[in-house]
Design a protein around this ligand. Structure first.
Ligand code: SAH
Length: 214
């Protein structure tokens, strides 16, 4: 997702209490930051943040950190939080590649990837957020038994992601090629902006839940 560059968005982020830029000093301090010992869930590539905020409002006993690389997109999330503050949310503007600088070993309980960029060229496979290179980074920051949940309507990306799960030796807990047809999985499903858009034009939504090897 890319919005027109909004003048001053970097400055607004710098002044916001909701958001920071690649906060390396936070590694190992997230629970202190939220002032509790609740589970910590992270969404990478949160876009405007609808999924993150709806989750945070529904589950006040879980802390949520949203990561987004574009400040112009993140700005929408900050504006939403200014209007409707959520004490269990924090946002980061950063490139996900550096995620192990921002969270300590075993600090995160769950990672969400929603409608991640496909990077269709083979030579860009390492940039895909469900790639084995990224799974290795997630493995470092997740607790033993921690999970990654991935949703997309992009079938080639999903097929690639499944191969990467096997290669990385993670356990497949849930895997569906048509989430919206699965009554049980839909019971607690919170829609993302892209999910709403692509399911409404008839695209099936794929989803997996995978567990980190111990
Ligand atoms: N999760 C949202 C948005 C999906 S679009 C939804 O489902 O509606 C993918 C988003 O991920 C974009 O906003 C893009 O800027 C962000 N993104 C992609 N790669 C990223 C990376 N490596 N680090 C941080 N953000 C990333």
């Amino acid at each position: 997702m890319r919005l027109r560059n909004i003048t001053g968005s970097r400055e607004i982020i710098a002044d916001s209490k909701w958001c920071r830029e690649t906060p390396k000093d936070m590694a190992g301090k997230w629970r202190e930051h939220f002032g509790n010992d609740h589970p910590l869930y992270v969404e990478i590539g949160m876009g405007k943040g609808r999924f993150l905020m709806d989750n945070a409002a529904s589950y006040p006993d879980i802390d949520y950190v949203g990561i987004e690389k574009y400040s112009s997109v993140l700005l929408r999330g900050i504006q939403k939080l200014e209007e409707e503050p959520l004490p269990n949310v924090s946002l980061i503007r950063m490139e996900a590649e550096y995620i192990t600088d921002v969270f300590a070993k075993g600090e995160v309980d769950r990672i969400y990837l929603n409608f991640s960029d496909p990077w269709p060229k083979d030579r860009h496979a390492k940039r895909r957020l469900p790639s084995r290179e990224f799974l290795a980074r997630y493995s470092e920051i997740l607790v033993p038994g921690g999970t990654v949940e991935f949703k997309t309507d992009n079938r080639p990306l999903f097929d690639f992601a499944i191969e990467e799960v096997e290669a990385a030796g993670w356990d497949m807990e849930i895997c569906t090629y048509d989430l919206h047809a699965d009554e049980e999985l839909m019971r607690n499903n919170i829609m993302t902006e892209y999910e709403e858009k692509f399911s409404s034009i008839g695209n099936p939504i794929c989803k997996y839940v995978i567990k980190r090897p111990d």
